[in-house]
Design a protein around this ligand. Structure first.
Ligand SMILES: [Fe+2]
Length: 307
């Protein structure tokens, strides 16, 4: 299956309409690639290189000595574990990067700069998704934000070389809890798979530093089910370890999430009221009729409801 690819350089010219339509379909499907996103290549390469070095120097040895690794050696059933070495960094509203043990100043700076640029892409995507849903441009951002904007964090992961890949998953099947997930991943080692139409679709390694995007559970709720949060997993490999740097553009924990009212059908109306409206609008489109019913049930337009 072809993974939909959104070329961000085409959002400002003649092809904007086509690109927006492609993005809408891609969000309905729940995952896609973004090219020409304006995040600097040298920065992406640097972040990957420094994280690979951090893993080699700080995490690799302890991973292979961990219970997880030992269970595989003993060839025990390992269906309840993930063959993964990971850590989490918060960026917004407050950065936790300095709390990562042994992290170099160089990696902190590169990561901060990368996330700053990536956040612009996340925000832009939230605007384009809102627009495509027929909502105000800043709808999603506002729904996710506190006084300091949305919550932004990164899960940094390596999927180490695995001697028995048939016994374990790199990361077990799940959907993501949050909003928009922006993934900078390995350009060589595959492993990520998304479930689509009854089959696992292999997401290829990212060439040219394309960012892989998927939508999380809160986007599915906010869009009233138009945009999907899709199950995915990571398969481990015998040859080669895979890097995965997944940044989350998420609601803050205090955000109150619900489907955007504009996307909902009218509800809690009297069928008699509907029939009254229907008698004068029968030969028109039903869409405007539903809108009128929504206004009525909100108490804007109908004395009976308020009486
Ligand atoms: Fe995930």
């Amino acid at each position: 299956m072809e993974i939909p690819t959104i070329d961000f350089s085409e959002l400002n010219g003649d092809k904007r309409g086509d690109t927006m339509a492609l993005l809408h379909k891609a969000c309905e499907q729940g995952f896609f690639m973004v090219e020409n996103h304006e995040i600097e290549t040298r920065l992406m390469e640097k972040v990957k290189q420094l994280i690979n070095r951090y893993y080699e120097e700080n995490l690799k040895e302890s991973f292979y000595q961990s219970e997880t690794a030992k269970r595989l050696e003993k060839q025990e059933n390992a269906s309840d574990i993930d063959w993964e070495s990971s850590f989490f960094i918060w960026h917004r509203p407050t950065s936790s990067i300095n709390q990562i043990p042994n992290i170099s100043q160089e990696l902190c700076l590169a990561m901060d700069e990368y996330v700053e640029q990536l956040l612009r892409l996340g925000e832009k995507l939230s605007e384009l998704m809102s627009e495509n849903l027929g909502l105000e441009k800043d709808y999603m951002k506002k729904a996710f934000s506190g006084s300091d904007g949305p919550a932004v964090g990164t899960k940094v992961a390596k999927y180490p070389e695995c001697p028995r890949p048939e016994l374990v998953r790199g990361l077990r099947e799940h959907t993501d809890a949050g909003g928009i997930i922006l993934l900078l991943q390995d350009d060589q080692v595959p492993g990520l798979e998304f479930f689509k139409d009854g089959k696992w679709v292999k997401i290829p390694p990212s060439k040219n530093n394309a960012i892989f995007v998927n939508t999380g559970d809160q986007v599915e709720v906010l869009s009233n089910g138009s945009y999907k949060s899709v199950r995915h997993r990571v398969m481990p490999h015998k040859n080669g370890s895979r890097i995965s740097i997944a940044t989350f553009y998420n609601p803050i924990p205090e955000a109150i999430i619900s489907p955007a009212p504009k996307l909902l059908y009218p509800s809690n109306f009297l069928y008699g009221d509907y029939l009254k409206l229907y008698s004068s609008t029968k030969f028109g489109e039903k869409g405007p009729r539903f809108e009128s019913m929504k206004n009525m049930t909100n108490g804007h337009d109908n004395n009976n409801v308020l009486a």
